[in-house]
Design a protein around this ligand. Structure first.
Ligand code: AMP
Ligand code: MG
Length: 390
């Protein structure tokens, strides 16, 4: 993987300087800022930022009020950050957040890298010893199992055998019409993979004495896939870094389909986060106006998919059938204080649809907005004050 990155002071135009060369699972690159209006971010979106609302006087003495932008790749996707800070504070933050993301992927979440805990948990599937993990990873897995139960099994982090069978990671970022060599798995292959899945068979065993690690036991053949929560978790950790750090008065961080807002803008106006239009992903169906710290995640059938013989296969799989979920929903956006919740619940609510999804969102005390396949928008009451339709 090759990175090009630099800090940009926002002027009258937006610059994107991502020159990433990613293997396999890259998600869409946000290629242009055109068409987004005065937005700081777009949940799961392409266009991300318009400099108009962020221009600042760069004269001495106003340094902390300058918006500095940084674009890079991390965790197999594009990360875009805008922070209001002095150049030194911004550079320091960019470096530290980059290290955090790299560490999270390489040491905790990746199923491809043999340096990560998830890789080791998967490799130990079927063993009697299980696999020791950090408290953080154990807590994450516990929350995912909880969501499995509360979503009636729709949200399931043990779908690794299935996501690999479909080869989702290889699908072109943003979707491809006719991926070369793609063929949907056979019913038999799907059945075999599904037999290996099911979060109810994951065991998390707390240490019996001090100094021991929590152990994870997977049945043979089971493989974890944390693709539905990794970006949100990363944003929550970056949020903690921002809370503890000094010198940054406001920030917007976009990672894949999730966005974190933090603090405020020098002019006191709210953050504007666009919600992508699933029917035309270069536009938005509306805008969320947010103040302070929030996480916004979007899941949709347009984010990663392949088309073959006129059928679109998307990346959110129904554990009951093994196929991409058949849904009247095209996109779901969740607004929460925590990134793990916004990310996990946007995936879960996509699978559950409006009625059950809305109930689940209420249980978790988060707000949700559905863009339906007939173009209508359905949202929780608590989302309404934040949302402006375009
Ligand atoms: P997201 O874009 O956050 O909605 O997450 C989608 C990703 O989660 C997919 O690319 C898979 O890696 C994984 N995934 C697919 N189906 C499910 C599911 N039913 N439960 C949990 N994770 C899933
Ligand atoms: Mg998700």
């Amino acid at each position: 993987m090759k990175f090009f990155f630099r800090v940009i002071v926002i002027g009258a135009t937006v610059f994107f300087c991502c020159g990433c060369a990613m293997g396999g699972s890259g998600s869409r690159e946000n290629a242009s800022a055109g068409g987004a209006g005065d937005l700081e971010g777009q949940a799961s979106g392409h266009t991300w930022q318009n400099a108009a609302g962020m221009q600042n006087d760069t004269a001495a003495g106003q340094d902390r009020e300058t918006a500095r932008q940084y674009v890079d790749t991390a965790m197999g996707t594009v990360i875009q950050q805008t922070v209001y800070a002095s150049e030194d504070a911004a550079s320091d933050f960019f470096e530290r957040s980059k290290a955090l993301l790299t560490g999270l992927e390489q040491e905790e979440l990746s199923w491809r890298l043999d340096t990560s805990q998830v890789w080791r948990v998967n490799a130990a599937a079927g063993s009697e010893e299980g696999c020791g993990v950090s408290e953080e990873l154990a807590a994450l897995l516990q929350e995912c199992l909880e969501l499995y139960g509360r979503s009636g099994g729709a949200f399931d982090i043990t779908l690794g055998p299935l996501t690999r069978l479909w080869d989702i990671d290889k699908w072109a970022a943003g979707g491809a019409d006719d991926e070369e060599g793609f063929r949907p798995p056979s019913a038999e292959e799907l059945e075999d993979a599904l037999r290996l899945c099911g979060s109810d068979r994951v065991r998390i065993v707390s240490p019996s004495s001090e100094g021991e690690e929590t152990k994870i036991f997977l049945p043979e053949g089971m493989q974890l896939d944390l693709g539905a929560v990794g970006k949100g978790l990363a944003l929550s950790r970056i949020g903690s870094m921002l809370e503890e750090g000094e010198g940054i008065s406001g920030a917007v961080i976009s990672l894949g389909g999730s966005i974190l807002t933090f603090g405020g803008k020098p002019d006191g106006s709210s953050w504007k986060v666009g919600i992508v239009n699933p029917f035309d992903t270069s536009s938005n169906v509306g805008i969320l106006s947010l103040e302070g710290q929030w996480c916004v995640s979007t899941s949709g059938d347009y984010e990663r998919y392949v088309e073959a013989d006129g059928v679109r296969y998307h990346h959110i799989l129904d554990p009951a059938t093994g196929y991409p979920a058949v849904s009247k929903v095209r996109g779901v956006t969740v607004l929460a204080k925590d990134g793990l919740l916004s990310d996990g619940l946007s995936t879960a609510c996509f699978l559950l649809g409006t009625d059950r999804g809305m109930k689940l969102a209420e249980e978790y005390d988060v707000e949700v907005l559905f863009v339906m396949s007939d173009g209508s928008i359905v949202m929780s009451e608590g989302m309404e004050p934040y949302f402006t339709k375009l």
